[in-house]
Design a protein. Sequence first.
Length: 141
Amino acid sequence: MTATSPAGDDGRRDRRPSILIIEDEPGLAEVISLNLQASGFDTAIATDGLEALYALDREIPDLILLDLHLPKVSGFRLIHLLRSREATASVPVIVITALSFREAEEVIRAGADAFLTKPFSTDDLLAHVRHLIALRDQPPA
């Protein structure tokens, strides 16, 4: 994953967008990572909430894929922390979870940009990722 500056044009257009996958199921995290890499993204994996926070202290990704049910620091808590930190407040977050629709609405209110319900298709994942990366890369109006 390549470090980015939280504001301004930092060369994102000259490199592959980076995605931090925060998922405690190693097999699923690896499958997601391989699919994203094959589609032109750089990826990093964190398997629990604490590892994710350490990764975010080192580098800010272009997008975060976040499972809610994580060891050490929950996904809900991570969303709140991400939105409260200046460096990560604008990083798009896609929640990947087995939540009900009602619970997913709570995730969006908490600050996630989108959610995918497990199981999800690679096509749906890539569509969400590409859409949010494109929005992030648009110049301010």
